[in-house]
Ligand binder design. Structure first.
Ligand code: CP
Ligand code: NVA
Length: 323
């Protein structure tokens, strides 16, 4: 009770614990399917110019410690479309860049906004923020995971080819944040995952597999990327050098030379196989121009779908199920 005006306290008591989306395994198979269905509903309304203002007066804080085009635009446009507003922070223009502890930042930002998206380096930093946040926190990419991207990728697969359960997905390239998240998604959704990386750049199970063992054994490794692509339903890749690893660029260029998704790899897959890339892409490095710009590529749908799935995600974290 506020002694000045008798208005009841606004500090929530007995409220359910806040949900976050820090890695793909934070949601069950059933929750992921709800989100994908809801994203399709929200996308249809957007495409037919029907207003969908489920988050009026809510504010999203976006914190970027690494560069972004898609993540920034998709979250920002998406939140405005839901009737809410956005605050954009970067390391350089906030106290985060002047060593204010992440825990203190979380306590303050989460008192003034309703939901937070963070793109940063170590997953542990994101987890520290979430542990001290009063509001839901979304992983907008860390060194370890990129769960919003995989949500969009799976939504895109379903739009083009139907349910992904039982299908064969091939990861070609670096055992990075995207690969780790595919591995988790395979465990949650039950599709077959093949991973082909150069030696020394394998997926690190200590990172990708949860403490409960979720993700273990959800994939097979292949030393030959063409072999991995045989009979595949979806081939996907990413840059050879992720943000934060730029010092390794030249070494990686040599190590990854045979891990360029090209016409030979696409020809080894099923005739109706799709190609995906989270973007930004480097034509002539991890993917040949005739593949990313060819008829099997769905990279532009994939990029757009970030916005639709993230609208469903923000709505779910703030309001719960809407059906
Ligand atoms: N795919 C993706 O996350 O792109 P940005 O780095 O541009 O946000
Ligand atoms: N693996 C890439 C993804 C960029 C969207 C990176 O972390 O830089």
């Amino acid at each position: 009770m506020n002694p000045l005006n008798g208005i009841p306290s606004t500090v929530p008591k007995g409220a359910p614990p806040v949900r976050h989306f820090l890695q793909f395994t934070d949601f069950t198979n059933e929750e992921i399917h709800y989100l994908l269905d809801r994203a399709a509903f929200i996308k249809h309304k957007f495409k037919t110019f029907v207003r969908h203002h489920s988050l009026v007066d809510r504010t999203l804080a976006m914190i970027f410690e690494k560069a972004s085009t898609r993540t920034r635009v998709s979250f920002e446009a998406g939140m405005y479309q839901l009737g809410g507003s956005v605050v954009h922070l970067t390391t350089g223009d906030s106290q985060l860049g002047r060593a204010e502890p992440i825990e203190d930042s979380a306590k303050v930002i989460s008192r003034m906004t309703d939901i937070v998206m963070i793109r940063t380096f170590e997953q542990t930093k994101l987890e520290s923020f979430a542990a001290h946040s009063r509001v839901p926190v979304i992983n907008g990419l860390t060194n370890e995971f990129h769960p919003c991207q995989i949500l969009a990728d799976i939504f895109t697969y379903i739009e083009h080819r139907g349910l992904i359960g039982g299908k064969t997905v091939v990861w070609v390239g670096d055992g990075n944040n995207m690969a780790n998240t595919w591995l988790q998604a395979a465990a949650v959704l039950g599709f077959h995952l093949r991973v082909s990386t150069p030696r020394g750049y394998e997926v690190d199970e200590k990172v990708a597999v949860t403490p409960h063992g979720m993700g273990a054994g959800s994939y097979k490794t292949y030393s030959d990327p063409v072999e991995a692509c045989k009979g595949a339903d979806l081939i996907t890749t990413d840059v050879w050098t992720s943000m934060g690893f730029e010092a390794e660029n030249e070494t990686r260029r040599k190590a990854f030379a045979a891990w360029c998704v090209n016409a030979e790899m696409m020809a080894a897959a099923k005739p109706d196989a799709l190609f995906m890339h989270c973007l930004p892409a480097h034509r002539g490095e991890e993917v040949a121009a005739d593949v990313i710009d060819g008829p099997q590529s769905v990279v532009w749908d994939e990029a757009e779908n970030r916005m639709h799935v993230q609208k469903a995600l923000m709505e779910y974290l703030l309001l719960g199920r809407q059906d």
